[in-house]
Design a protein around this ligand. Structure first.
Ligand code: NAP
Length: 308
């Protein structure tokens, strides 16, 4: 079929990568999935997935990731912990550069997902890990009986703020508008939670503290331009995600936010290169959409390889 060592290389091991690997392995493609951390991606930090069908009792992200990894492995998916540094999609056989070697395949599925976006305000970098966090599951328990701020109005900010109330005595949700973006059921729960107080029409302009801790954030009301300090022990930031595309350089066509443009077959602008999950320009980023994308991407990749 080709003179490459693999039929298919999958870059990224979140729900999309693992699902692409499952489908590819069941199609008897010689597939390799490369993940730089533990398989599972962003869901590893989710304490409860309530909207992935089949788990009415809810399941943690870590457990779902573990089950997906086992399932793909059962059908022979090869998984390597490594980091892709560069890609060369200029030939029919695509080359993937890792720190220690270059590997190749006629087809590639990119499923590297997205990472939390930063606020880019003074104090955010300095206090990272010392009161500033992007992960409630990881850092929430450090804020027992504390007062914390949560920035953002989407599903992540609202869901994780509710989770934080297990530990903190007060959670201020700071949102730049007067209406949340989050799904309605999460809004209802947050509004009904006595420990959550919303601060509307406001943005964080700075984070302050001592040597090892946060003690206040500065807020600016976007309607009145008034500023004020709010005393908090921690600041969680959930203002959306950015695509993990650093290794791609200019190899593929991206949308204005840097997400990979695909058609409904998950084909990118380069023949033989497919994308699935949060890395794609898609209206919804969920585990359910990621696994659907990935099944199509693997199916398309198989067709592409067969027709070569
Ligand atoms: P998101 O939906 O893009 O929401 C980002 C939020 O941050 C928005 O409310 C946005 O305000 C605000 N924001 C953006 N930039 C800001 C800035 N510079 N300063 C202040 N606020 C800013 O991101 P997300 O909540 O991380 O969710 C990402 C995807 O994952 C979504 O598709 C979401 O549905 C999904 N997700 C789903 C679940 C679930 O189903 N339970 C859980 C987590 C995430 P505006 O509203 O004004 O734009």
């Amino acid at each position: 079929m080709s003179n490459s060592e693999y039929d298919l290389i999958i870059i990224g091991g979140g729900p999309a990568g693992l699902t692409a690997g499952l489908y590819a392995s069941r199609s008897r493609l010689k597939a390799l999935m490369i993940e730089k951390l533990l398989p599972g991606g962003q869901i590893r930090v989710s304490d409860a997935l309530e909207n992935y069908p089949g788990f009415p009792e809810t399941i943690t992200g870590a457990e779902l990731a573990q089950r997906m990894t086992e399932q793909a492995g059962k059908f022979g998916l090869e998984i390597e912990t490594n980091e892709v540094l560069d890609v060369d999609f200029s030939q029919k056989i695509k080359k993937i550069s890792l720190p220690d070697k270059t590997i190749s395949a006629p087809a590639v599925i990119i499923a590297t997902g997205a990472s939390p976006r930063k606020l880019n305000v003074p104090g955010e970098e300095i206090f990272l890990g010392k009161g500033v966090s992007f992960c409630a599951t990881c850092d929430g328990p450090f804020f027992h009986n504390s007062v914390v701020a949560a920035v953002g109005g989407g599903d992540t900010a609202v869901q994780e703020s509710i989770f934080l109330t297990k530990f903190a005595k007060k959670v201020y949700v700071i949102h730049r508008r007067d209406e949340l973006r989050a799904t309605k059921i999460l809004q209802e729960r947050a509004f009904a939670n006595d420990k959550i107080e919303f601060i509307w029409d406001s943005v964080v302009t700075g984070i302050k503290g001592g040597l090892t801790n946060v003690d206040a954030i500065t807020l600016k009301n976007v309607k009145t331009s008034d500023t004020k300090n709010l005393n908090v022990d921690g600041c969680f930031i959930w203002v959306g995600t950015r695509p993990n595309i650093e290794f791609l350089k200019n190899a593929l066509e991206l949308d204005k936010n840097g997400f990979i443009i695909t058609d409904s077959h998950m084909r990118t602008s380069v023949a033989g290169v497919f994308a699935a999950g949060d890395i794609r320009n898609t209206p919804l980023r969920q585990v359910a959409t990621a696994v659907g994308d990935a099944a199509i991407a693997a199916f398309s990749a198989e067709h592409y390889i067969t027709n070569l």
